[in-house]
Design a protein around this ligand. Structure first.
Ligand SMILES: Nc1ncnc2c1ncn2[C@@H]1O[C@H](COP(=O)(O)OP(=O)(O)O)[C@@H](O)[C@H]1O
Ligand SMILES: [Mg+2]
Length: 271
């Protein structure tokens, strides 16, 4: 799709609208659906930079668990990225619906979803990219129910001696070191992965109930009610490895994905 003929695009639906006239739209293009993420030229610099950065990162990625980049084009008034269409929307909407119905997921489904996200994330980390805004709204669901990571606007390409103090990300999923403006690295995505894992199991955010509680309260790793949902008690391990304020206690993703019990939970070969 290198030579993108945007006059052949036909708008089907607007999927999401951002600030400053930016939008995500579903289009038909020669009989196939594509998604266009569009930003007007006259948007504020930071919004424009985010889309250009997303383009730079996505155009270098090629993995089944990362939303596929198909091309870009410059229209009269906007800059546009063309993406594959994830037919089943985002994981936030999925979790909201499941939560409203109190329809808990079985362990197999939880582990398949977390395995998909972890596979996308490790691919990014191995290419020195930190997502920095991992949250259910940025995880998309395809027609086969497999997940793909999306929204790389605030991702960061790390260089060996990089430390990053910019405060970015979404508060509910933001690792404590990011929220407090300290240095952070790949493990900040691991925190967000842990929060999503907890939400997949419990259908609620682990810290919703503690909002407003005393700030000085001692941090405790969120506990999964594994009995209620018929999960194995070892699912708690995943929270213990990921939702840790202390970075020395929080595991690296590559080590998590080698750990025997995690592999067993994911139904992956253990040797
Ligand atoms: N390729 C896609 N397929 C299906 N839905 C998408 C796609 N890209 C984005 N969306 C929808 O649009 C929403 C916003 O897209 P996103 O890339 O996260 O942009 P933003 O920077 O505005 O958050 C997503 O949460 C999802 O619901
Ligand atoms: Mg988003």
């Amino acid at each position: 799709m290198d030579e993108f003929n945007y006059s052949a695009l036909h708008l089907h639906t607007i999927l999401a609208e951002g600030c400053f006239g930016s939008s995500v739209g579903l289009y038909q293009y020669y009989g196939q659906y594509v998604v266009i993420k569009s930003i007007p030229y006259d948007s504020p610099d930071y919004a424009y930079t985010a889309v250009l950065k997303e383009h730079m990162i996505l155009s270098r990625m090629n993995h089944p668990r990362i939303i596929q980049y198909l091309g870009y084009f410059q229209a009269a008034s906007s800059w546009n990225i063309v993406l594959e269409f994830a037919e089943r929307g985002n994981l936030a909407t999925f979790l909201e619906r499941r939560s409203a119905e109190r329809a808990f997921l079985n362990q197999h489904t939880v582990m398949a979803k977390i395995g998909d996200i972890a596979d996308g994330l490790i691919y990014l980390h191995q290419r020195n990219v930190i997502h920095r805004d991992l949250k259910p709204a940025n995880v998309l669901i395809c027609v086969d129910n497999r997940l793909k990571l999306a929204d790389f606007g605030i991702s960061k390409i790390m260089h060996d001696d990089d430390f990053n103090r910019t405060i970015v990300g979404t508060p509910l999923y933001m690792a404590p070191e990011v929220a407090s403006g300290k240095d952070y690295d790949y493990k900040s995505d691991v925190w967000a992965l842990g929060i999503i894992f907890y939400e997949l199991c419990m259908l609620e955010h682990p810290f919703v109930k503690s909002v407003g509680a005393g700030r000085k309260q001692k941090f405790r790793v969120p506990q999964i009610d594994w009995k209620r949902c018929g999960y194995s008690p070892t699912v708690q391990m995943l929270c213990d490895m990921t939702i840790q304020k202390d970075l020395t206690k929080r595991w690296k993703l590559e080590d998590i994905l080698k750990e025997y019990h995690v592999l067993q939970l994911m139904n992956r070969p253990t040797s």
